[in-house]
Write a protein that binds this ligand. Sequence first.
Ligand code: ZN
Length: 104
Amino acid sequence: MKRLRAFAPHERTLATLLKGRLEQEGIACLLRNEELFAALGEIPFLECRPELWVVDDEVLPRARQLLEHWLDEERMAPPWRCPGCGEELEGQFDRCWQCGRERG
Ligand SMILES: [Zn+2]
């Protein structure tokens, strides 16, 4: 098992999103450091740094490449406003986290 990337506490949603995308590519991965520390109650939940790990060492280079590609895309994606509830969303999201509506 290898660590793919560590995320800042505020990037939790992004980390979860990327994990889902990697799984869609057939790459088994885990999000660590999250619930663990929060459950212990020693670190405030929002200060936990989520880490993305790949289960198979061999897929690490591919996973890394995909991740870089997606992060580039995300940097270029403009934010959008949900037509359902008016929530302002970051470019990398395809769906509103507030009401679940898909991007128009
Ligand atoms: Zn919405």
